[in-house]
Design a protein around this ligand. Structure first.
Ligand SMILES: *[C@@H]1O[C@H](CO)[C@@H](O)[C@H](O)[C@H]1NC(C)=O
Ligand SMILES: *[C@@H]1O[C@H](CO)[C@@H](O)[C@H](O)[C@H]1NC(C)=O
Length: 181
């Protein structure tokens, strides 16, 4: 019985493979962009932009195992009044037993300016307040097929807020226009 249903699944897969169609798409010339944005985090209170959603509560100074979610404004400059150009949305998890370091999965979503509607995705372990590097693992819109690297540097912080500069060096393709099918 089991082997005959396996046989039919196999036939079905085979059918799917023969039905699937493929086509090529054109990859425009690669270009290289350096951009700088400032993330303005509110650490607590009603307007907090970061929340701890799980914790091992093991009193570890490194916050090992803590999971935080972030949705913070991205601005053009370090001043809180500077122009809002997007949001940084992501998850950060304490992954270092000794130091306060977090594995950061973050998407920079641009909502205004030259890159409106586009996004860059970052991945890496950060060690605030030390300047840390994350990889550019992809992107959307103008940053389709992006790759590169980025630095995050502390500009100012207190108990209530944190302002960091994010420098992104990204290789991507200009006008890679493919629409959803
Ligand atoms: C939270 O944001 C609202 C709307 O921007 C603002 O009116 C309020 O003063 C803020 N609260 C704090 C504690 O910053
Ligand atoms: C850091 O933030 C404090 C409090 O808002 C402010 O008084 C100070 O000027 C800021 N420092 C820098 C270097 O931006």
């Amino acid at each position: 019985m089991a082997s005959s249903s396996l046989y039919y699944s196999f036939l079905f897969l085979l059918l799917l493979c023969t039905l699937a169609t493929g086509s090529e798409f054109f990859l425009p010339k690669e270009k290289y962009t350096h951009l700088r944005v400032f993330l303005h985090e509110v650490s607590r209170g009603p307007n907090a932009t970061i929340y701890t959603i799980a914790s091992l509560n093991n009193k570890s100074p490194s916050k090992f195992g803590d999971i935080n979610v972030v949705d913070a404004p991205l601005r053009e400059g370090p001043e809180p009044s500077s122009r809002l150009i997007g949001r940084a949305e992501g998850v950060e998890t304490g992954v270092d037993m000794d130091r306060k370091g977090a594995l950061s999965l973050m998407t920079l979503k641009f909502t205004a300016g030259e890159y409106e509607g586009s996004a860059i995705s970052l991945l890496g372990v950060v060690f605030p307040p030390t300047t840390s590097e994350r990889s550019v693992v992809g992107g959307a819109g103008q940053f389709r097929m992006a790759r590169g690297f980025s630095f995050v540097k502390l500009i100012n912080s207190s108990e209530d807020f944190l302002i960091v500069e994010i420098d992104v060096y990204v290789a991507h393709h200009e006008k890679l226009t493919v629409r959803p099918m």
